[in-house]
Design a protein around this ligand. Structure first.
Ligand SMILES: [Zn+2]
Length: 65
């Protein structure tokens, strides 16, 4: 049985099988994935800022009584 199970990974952006040394199948996928990570990180920061703002408001309202 000659299984051709060469070592490979999947492109982090599109999921295509790529060489074990390459995280992405091409430069465009790399750029796209980086842009996506950036967006996700920004979303996380916004969520954190929102949560902190809510906490602050809660503290201020709760401490005023
Ligand atoms: Zn790709």
């Amino acid at each position: 049985m000659g299984d051709k199970l060469l070592q490979h990974k999947h492109c982090r952006n599109c999921g295509k099988a790529v060489n074990i040394d390459d995280p992405y199948c091409n430069d465009r996928c790399k750029d796209e994935h980086h842009a996506m990570l950036k967006r996700k990180r920004n979303q996380l920061y916004m969520l954190m800022a929102l949560a902190m703002g809510l906490m602050l408001v809660t503290l201020l309202l709760g401490g005023g009584g």
